[in-house]
Structure formats: C-alpha cells, structure tokens
Design a protein around this ligand. Structure first.
Ligand code: NAD
Length: 499
C-alpha cells in the first residue's frame, strides 16, 4: 500500500473546491502491476458525481469570475503549481511508478516534463496573442482577441497519466477555462496528487474538478451534454470515435489525441549502432505502451539480417523488472487484462506466418510471476497487411518489414490509418529532407526517435486524432477567437434612403 503521507489519503473526488466521496459510495482498488498488490483504494464516481462536477465548472465559468481573472493571477497560479510539483518530485515519481509499472527513471522524466509544461504555459499566457487589424479607416478599431473556450472535459489514458493530464490542465488554466478532469480508472493516483497540489496552490472553487471512474459509468455525463464546451481526450481510437459521435450531438468542440502505429525507417547508410539503439528504445521503452512507440521497423533489405540479429541480441538483454528496482530497464504491462491483449496479438503474428525472432513469452523469473510482465518481442518477415503490422498492439512487439527502394520505404511509412509519429535514419541529407516532408505523421524524427518539447506541437494526422497539444496550438485549443469591431466615430451609413 502507498502510505497516507505519500498519497495524502481521504476522499478522492474534488468538486467545487471540496474533497468528497462518491455519492453512491463506490470505491475501486488500484493495483500495482509489478506484483498484483492493492496499493490504494479510491472513490469511484457515478453519473451524479460527474453531473455535479460539470455543474461546478459551469458555475465557476459563467458566474465565478475565473475567465476574467487578470492574466498575472493565472500565471502566478501556474508557477506555484510548477514549484510545488518540483518540491514533490520524488513522491510523484514513486506514485507514478507504483501505479503504472514504469521505471522510476521514466517517472522522473515525466514529472520533469510536467513541471516544464506548467512553466511553459505560464510564459505563453503572459505573452498573449491578441492582434490589431488595420482596416484602413482611422475611426475603426478592429481587434482579434482570444477568450477561454469555456468548460472543458479532460479525459486521459493510463500510460502517461500525470503527463497527459498536465498537457491539458496547464493550457486550460492558462486560457481561463474551467474543467472536469477524468484520469484513467486504471491509474488515477498521480492525478489525485496533482489536483491536491493545485488545490493548495489556491485555485478558486469549481475551476478544477476531479472525478475518477470508468468511461462506461461517467463518460456520457462529460461528453453528451451542452454544458461542456470542449472535450479534450487522449486515449484509444475506438473511444475517440465514440466521443466524437457524442460531441457532434451538441456541436461540442473536440480535441482528440489517439493511437499510433509508428514506422521507423532505416537506410543502409545510417549509422548502424545508433540506429539499432534508437529502434530498440523506440519500440521497447515502457514495454511499448507509448502512443508514439516505433513498433514498425522498415529496414533496407541489404542490412536487414544483420540489423535484426543485432536488435534481437539487445532485446534479449533488456532487464525486465519492477519499476522501483534500479536494475530494471523496463517494467510490466499495466494490467493482466492488457497483457492478455498483447498475448493475443503475439498469437495472431505466429498464426499469420511472421517469424518470431525473440520474446513471445512471459519472463520465466519466478520473482516476476505475480506481475504482468512480458518479454520484448520481435517478429521478422512481416507483411504490410498483417494485423500486427497495422494495429496498435500497445505492447513490446516490434514488427520488421524489408524494402529495396526509397519509394517503397515511403509507401510503407505512410501505409497506416494512423499518423502520429515516424522516424527515418539516413546519412543522406537530401533523402532525409524528402522523407521528413513526405511522411504523413504529426512528428517526424530524422536520425533520432521519441523526443518532444513543451514548445513544439504534438498530435496526429489521420486516425491519430484532431488538433494539437503543446506549443502555441496547445493553448489555442482552449481558446475561442473573437473579432471586435469598434467604430469610434459612429455616423449615418446611408445605405438605405430615409424618405
Ligand atoms: P482508452 O480509450 O481505453 O481510455 C482513455 C480514457 O477514456 C480513460 O480515462 C477512460 O476511462 C476514458 N473512456 C473510456 N470510454 C469512454 C467513454 N465512452 N466516454 C468517455 N470517456 C471514456 O485508452 P487507454 O487504454 O487508457 O490508453 C491507451 C490509448 O491511448 C492508446 O491507444 C494510446 O495510443 C493512446 N494515447 C495517445 C496519446 C497521444 O498523444 N496521441 C498519448 C497517450 C496515449
């Protein structure tokens, strides 16, 4: 169990500035995927709790004065949150590791990213984006101003719980929106801890509300209501489809950050060792539970055998273990249910004729028996039409396809319904430039993989979503644009005669 000190226990729904239990008395046990133990029990909201949270956010927006708060106050709040996150860095990283299974090293990277994101949006809020338009008539003052979009439903997944929720809360606060945050029911602990810090930083009642529950229980109260002005959702494409459908009923704005099936293309002129290392990390970091994981290797035929052999050697050496153990290089899958899904994909790969090079099994170390661990897995000689090549397995499964010409590599790199991220490795700068422009993905890495920064947009083409997080666009998601036309010298227009 997490200690009370670590979790700041007590009621875990936060509605209208008060910590409260679920109205229906529901609770949910949160399980450590590294050993199957219960680490905390949190409140499980019902529809009535979600409705109350939306009502609190609505009132705080419509009559609570938050949208009109001076920018300096919002900036001050964001910076206080960033400072308290920095002060609680160790506790937050430990919570994230216990809840998600990821290694402590990864959790520290997430917490540091979250701190940077709150600071970045404090900076951006202070900068402003309003502009004057020159109409050519000195009597007319034409201004385009940004205003908060309103009440936001913020729905996040389990793989980067603190980080994904912060990518939403920070810009929403910066813009002057009010919000209901719903983390994944599988991994809510770090978001509860974050909202406790936001509460202590002095956010006014109703501006930030928090509910935990499954999408089935509370989803429609957040997504099928005219009281919510924007739904910002990060999660699977199938859930994104449902949410977009609900939003359409009320013409609610949607921002969707969905899945990916991300190609990593390797040319024979690329530096061999750094390419092997980047493909390995891109595919197996966080046991492949990364939306931008590079799980589709597209490698030139001339180096494919040697490349796959080197990769397999490195993959076999990856130390799979509990995230809190400093010796572990990657942790377990998030749950038994998720491991079953990954195992079903491995079975599909074998049945489809892909050649299993390594992995394809649970680790045989008895110390790992109670956790949802799975070995890094490589399938060679895959075909573009295989389901393991086209679908997001969200586990440690790397598929390998071979190409011979640049055009074939490009065709395969764009051969996906998704379009979140792609990597290309080559020493030929002209080819690199051609590929970075021609690959239809929201992020393209040239001779690197997996990096991002709060100041640059993140999001996907195609089925990977709608809209962008991070960067200036990540703030614009939470803003309406208004044109104000001010005639400083009103006079009779004379369009119609008055006799
Ligand atoms: P999921 O779609 O199952 O759940 C995501 C969230 O939606 C959870 O909070 C869940 O409770 C909620 N939800 C489920 N049904 C709902 C409904 N009907 N109405 C409202 N909310 C509902 O996704 P997941 O399994 O938690 O996360 C994994 C997915 O997230 C992967 O597909 C991954 O690629 C994607 N992801 C994308 C990004 C990105 O930046 N594009 C980042 C991280 C994760």
């Amino acid at each position: 169990m997490l200690s009370d000190d670590e979790l700041c226990c007590g009621p875990s729904l936060y509605i209208d500035g008060k910590w409260t239990n679920a109205l229906g008395g529901g609770t949910r046990d949160i399980v450590n995927p590294a050993d199957g133990t219960v680490i905390a029990t949190v409140d499980e909201a019902d529809r009535a709790d979600a409705v109350a949270a939306v009502a609190a956010a609505r009132a705080a927006f419509d009559t609570g004065g938050w949208p009109a708060t001076p920018v300096s106050e919002r900036v001050g709040l964001l910076l206080r949150i960033a400072d308290s996150l920095a002060a609680e860095r160790d506790r937050l990283a430990r919570i994230e590791t216990l809840d998600t299974g990821k290694t402590l090293r990864e959790s520290y990277i997430d917490v540091d990213d979250v701190i940077a994101v709150f600071r970045y949006y404090a900076h951006l809020a202070a900068t402003g984006a309003d502009r004057l338009v020159d109409i050519g008539d000195p009597a007319i003052v034409s201004r385009v101003v940004r205003e908060p979009v309103g009440v936001c439903a913020l729905i996040a997944p389990w793989n980067y719980p603190l980080l994904q929720m912060s990518w939403k809360i920070a810009p929403a606060l910066a813009a002057g929106c009010t919000m209901v945050a719903k983390p994944s029911e599988v991994t809510p602990l770090s978001t509860i801890a974050l909202v406790r810090l936001i509460d202590r930083a002095g956010v006014p009642p109703g501006v930030v509300n928090l509910i935990q529950s499954s999408g089935a229980r509370v989803g429609s109260a957040l997504t099928d209501t005219p009281d919510v002005d924007l739904i910002s959702f990060t999660g699977g494409a199938a859930t994104g489809e449902i949410i977009a459908g609900k939003a359409a009923r009320h013409i609610t704005r949607v921002a969707l950050e969905l899945g990916g099936k991300n190609p990593h293309i390797v040319f024979p002129d690329a530096d061999f060792d750094s390419a092997v290392d980047a493909v390995l990390t891109g595919a197996f970091l966080h046991s492949g539970q990364v939306c931008s994981a590079g799980t589709r290797l597209i490698v030139h035929e001339s180096i494919a055998d040697e490349f796959v052999a080197a990769l397999a050697g490195r993959a076999r050496a990856i130390r799979v273990g509990p995230g809190l153990d400093p010796a572990s290089e990657t942790g377990p899958l998030v749950s038994e249910a998720h491991r079953a899904k990954v195992e079903a994909y491995v079975a599909l790969g074998i049945a489809g004729g892909a050649r299993l090079v390594t992995g394809g099994a649970r680790p045989d170390d008895p110390a790992l028996r109670d956790g949802s661990f799975y070995l890094p897995t490589i399938f060679d000689h895959c075909h573009r039409l295989m389901r393991i090549v086209q679908e997001e397995t969200f586990g440690p499964i790397l598929t390998v396809e071979r190409f011979t010409t640049d055009d074939e590599a490009l065709m395969l790199g764009n051969d996906t319904a998704y379009g979140l991220a792609a990597g290309v490795r080559t020493a030929d700068l002209a080819r690199g430039e051609r590929f970075t422009r021609a690959l239809r993905h929201g992020t393209v890495w040239l001779n690197d993989f997996g990096y991002y920064t709060p100041a640059a947009e993140w999001g996907g083409f195609g089925r990977s979503g709608i809209g962008r997080e991070l960067g200036p666009s990540g703030l614009a998601e939470y803003q309406e644009t208004k044109h104000i036309w001010h005639n400083t010298a009103p006079a009779v227009g004379g369009w119609f005669t008055d006799n």
